[in-house]
Design a protein around this ligand. Structure first.
Ligand code: G4P
Length: 526
C-alpha cells in the first residue's frame, strides 16, 4: 500500500501560462497525449476561449461550460501523477488566472519565438515571483521564422526578471529549423514536421561527435558548437536548487504543434519540478506530509444553469488525505461539513472520488457556502493566505435600476465578489459602490448574471479612476491626515481596508510625494 509520502512524492501540480496564442492549449494537449489521457490531437481545443475581439460574452459563457471539464486535468505519466490546472487565457479572466496560480507548485511559461515576452506573461510572472514559484520556459513555434534565441534569452531575463539557463538549443529556426540539441541529456533531436509523432533522436557521445555534422550539415554543426560554447561561457551550470527557489528558469525550445521538444520538456519537468510544497497559513506553515487534512478553495465555478444557483468549489489539498464522507471543518463558518460527491479530474473526465492527496484538486458541489480562499481542515483553525487582489484596471459605479430588488442586487453583488468575478470598493465619501475589473467584458458578465441569477437589475455609471491603491502607514496621525485630505477619494475594500482612489497617474504621483509617510500598494497584501 502506498503511503502518504509516496503519494506526495509522485505528484506534480502545475499550470501552463502564456499570452493568448503563444501555444498553451496546443502544449497542454500534447502533454495529455503523452500521458495517454487523450488519444487524438484537437481534444482540448474546445476549451479554448475565442480570443477574437468578441464582446458576445454568451460565446464565452458557452466556452466556460466546456472549460469546467478542463479546469483541472490529471493524468499519470510513468510513476508520476500530474495535475495541470488550466488558466483561462482570455484577457478578461485574468483575475481567475491569478488565483489559479495559488494552487500550483510550479508553472511552465510558453513564449512565442517570434513575439517574445508579451504583456499577459509579464503580469503572470509577477505573481509567480511574489510566491517564488519555480518556472520552466518553453519557447514555442521554432518551425516559424522567429527571433534569435540569444535575443530571446536576454528578453526573458529582462522582461520576466529571472535568471535563465537554456537546457536545449535550437538549430536554426523557421523553414531551416533542423532540431534541438538537448543540453540536459546531451542528445540531438532532429526535426521532422509531424503533428502527431515524436521525431527522430540521434544519440551522440559529445559535441565533437561527427554524427552531428552528418545529421545537420557541417555549417550548422559548427554554429551549434559555437553557440553552446558561448552558452557555457555566459550561463552558469543549471542549479536545481535555484530553480526550486524560483530564481532560475530553465529554457527549452520546440514546437508544440509538431510535438517537437515536448517530451524532453515533460521528462525534465517530472524530474526537477517540485512535489507539493508547504502552504503558508496565517498561523503556521502546513507541510503536505502532515496526517491531518487541510485544503483551500482557490476557484469557484458558477453553474451554467441560472435556475440552480449551485456551483463547484475547487479545493486544493494541502496536507493529509482527503476522504469522501469524512467530516471536515469549514473554518470561516466554524461548521462541520461532509462531502458525499467530491469529484476528481482525471484525463478530462469528472468522476466521484473517494480520496485525494496533497497536490490534487477536488471539486465540491456547493450551493453558496464557499468563498474564494476558504479553508477546510480536519478540525484545526487555520487560515491559508490567499492571493492578494491587484488594483483593477477599470472602474464603474454600480447602481440599482429596480428599487423593488435592492436586496437581490446586494446579495448578487456579494456572491459574485465571493466568487472573485471582480472587486468591490465602497466610496466613503458618498457611500456608492464601485466595481473594479480587469476588463470591459466583466461588466457585461456581471450585469447579465445579476439579472439572470438574482433577478436584479443594475446599471453602470462612469467614474474616472486611474488606480485603486491600498494604503498604510506606521504613523496613525499621518494616515488620518491623509484620509482627511483625500476624503472624497477614500474607499474601503471588502475586508474594510483603506483604499485610495487615484483619478490620474499625476494625482497618485503627487500624493506619493506629498505624503512620504504613507505607503501605497497596488496589491492588497503587503
Ligand atoms: P493559446 O492556447 O496559448 O492561446 O494558443 P494555442 O495553443 O491555441 O495556439 C495558438 C495558435 O498557434 C494555433 O493556431 C496553434 O495551432 C498555433 N501553434 C501552436 N504551437 C505552434 C507551433 O509550434 N508552431 C506553429 N507554427 N504554430 C503553433 P490557430 O490558427 O490559432 O488555431 P488552429 O486553427 O490551428 O486551431
Amino acid at each position: 500500500m502506498s503511503t502518504l509520502t509516496d503519494e506526495i512524492s509522485r505528484r506534480r501540480t502545475f499550470a501552463i501560462i502564456s499570452h493568448p496564442d503563444a501555444g498553451k492549449t496546443t502544449l497542454t494537449e500534447k502533454l495529455l497525449l503523452f500521458g495517454g489521457a487523450i488519444h487524438v490531437a484537437g481534444a482540448v481545443k474546445s476549451n479554448k476561449i475565442k480570443k477574437t475581439a468578441t464582446s458576445d460574452w454568451m460565446e464565452i459563457e458557452k466556452q466556460r461550460g466546456i472549460s469546467v471539464a478542463t479546469s483541472v486535468m490529471g493524468f499519470n505519466y510513468g510513476d508520476y501523477k500530474i495535475n495541470i490546472l488550466d488558466t483561462p487565457g482570455h484577457q478578461d479572466f485574468a483575475e481567475d488566472t491569478y488565483r489559479t496560480l495559488t494552487a500550483v507548485d510550479s508553472v511552465i511559461i510558453v513564449v512565442d519565438v517570434a513575439k517574445g515576452v508579451e504583456q499577459q506573461t509579464r503580469k503572470l510572472m509577477e505573481v509567480c515571483r511574489m510566491r517564488n514559484t519555480p518556472v520552466i520556459i518553453f519557447v514555442n513555434k521554432l518551425d516559424r521564422e522567429g527571433r534569435d534565441p540569444f535575443d530571446i534569452l536576454d528578453e526573458l531575463e529582462a522582461e520576466l526578471k529571472i535568471n535563465v539557463r537554456p537546457l536545449s538549443w535550437p538549430i536554426n529556426g523557421g523553414a531551416k529549423f533542423k532540431g534541438v540539441y538537448n543540453i540536459y541529456e546531451h542528445s540531438l533531436d532532429l526535426f521532422t514536421p509531424n503533428k502527431q509523432r515524436v521525431s527522430e533522436r540521434v544519440e551522440i557521445d559529445n559535441l565533437d561527435d561527427p554524427r552531428i555534422d552528418e545529421a545537420v550539415g557541417e555549417a550548422d554543426a559548427e554554429k551549434l558548437r559555437e553557440d553552446l560554447e558561448l552558452i557555457e561561457g555566459v550561463y552558469p551550470e543549471f542549479d536545481k536548487e535555484e530553480y526550486l527557489q524560483g530564481k532560475l528558469a530553465p529554457v527549452f525550445f520546440g514546437s508544440a504543434l509538431n510535438t517537437f521538444g515536448v517530451k524532453e520538456l515533460l521528462d525534465c519537468f517530472v524530474e526537477i519540478a517540485p512535489t507539493p510544497r508547504p502552504t503558508k497559513a496565517e498561523e503556521r506553515e502546513i507541510e503536505p506530509e502532515e496526517e491531518a487534512f487541510t485544503g483551500f478553495v482557490f476557484k469557484i465555478h458558477a453553474n451554467m444553469d441560472p435556475n440552480h444557483r449551485s456551483c463547484i468549489a475547487f479545493v486544493k489539498v494541502c496536507s493529509g488525505k482527503f476522504e469522501r464522507n469524512a467530516n471536515y471543518k469549514h473554518v470561516r463558518s466554524g461548521k462541520m461539513m461532509r462531502f458525499s460527491a467530491p469529484t476528481a479530474f482525471m484525463a478530462q473526465k469528472k468522476s466521484v472520488v473517494d480520496e485525494a492527496y496533497p497536490g490534487d484538486i477536488v471539486g465540491i458541489p456547493d450551493t453558496g457556502n464557499f468563498k474564494i480562499g476558504d479553508t477546510l481542515t480536519s478540525g484545526e483553525d487555520i487560515h491559508f493566505k490567499g492571493l492578494p487582489s491587484f488594483s483593477p484596471e477599470m472602474f464603474k459605479y454600480i447602481e440599482n435600476s429596480d428599487p423593488m430588488k435592492a436586496k437581490q442586487l446586494d446579495k448578487g453583488i456579494q456572491q459574485l465578489m465571493d466568487e472573485g468575478v471582480a472587486q468591490l470598493f465602497i466610496n466613503q465619501f458618498n457611500g456608492r459602490k464601485i466595481i473594479g475589473t480587469v476588463g470591459q467584458l466583466q461588466f457585461e458578465v456581471i450585469q447579465y448574471r445579476l439579472l439572470h441569477e438574482y433577478g436584479a437589475q443594475c446599471r453602470w455609471e462612469p467614474i474616472s479612476l486611474y488606480k485603486a491603491c491600498w494604503i498604510e502607514s506606521d504613523d496613525p496621525a499621518a494616515l488620518e491626515a491623509f484620509k482627511k485630505r483625500k476624503h472624497q477619494f477614500m474607499a474601503v475594500d471588502r475586508e474594510g481596508r483603506d483604499v485610495f482612489l487615484a483619478d490620474s497617474a499625476y494625482v497618485l504621483q503627487m500624493a506619493q510625494s506629498d505624503f512620504p509617510k504613507i505607503r501605497f500598494h497596488f496589491a492588497s497584501e503587503f
